[in-house]
Ligand binder design. Sequence first.
Ligand code: RB5
Length: 151
Amino acid sequence: MKVAVGCDHGGFPLKQAVVDKIKQLGFEVFDFGTNSSDSTDYPDFAIKVANAILSGQAERGILMCGSGVGVCITANKFKGIYASVAHDVYTAAQGVTHDNMNILCLGGRVISPTQAAALTEAFLTANSEGQEGRHLRRIKKVLEVENKNFK
Ligand code: RB5
């Protein structure tokens, strides 16, 4: 799997642990920065990771800011991006299996690098179950909303 990663200065303390875990899992990383704790703007990195997924460069993404919220809001402005903050492993995995989440958002001021690594593994080892049954029915309803409201 190819995974796009991006963070602002608030998420930077988590990035190395996330990148290391992705590589340990045998997946390929596209690192869109930032690369220091100097102040930056979270939308710049969320845009790069969202575009990497929409262009097919990566299949999933992990975004980090101080809380996870700013990058999540930005990423969800793109049609075809399903991003969520998840600070527990159940949600990080279930977001994929039930909801087709394709970007995990983490907060560098909320969780530790060790927790970020565990969440990364839960997210990247989960597989969507949205091809049939109740999850597909619900995802189709989400797509109807998306197609109605995103031009
Ligand atoms: C930056 O200070 C901070 O606002 C940002 O990293 C993020 O937490 C926004 O949601």
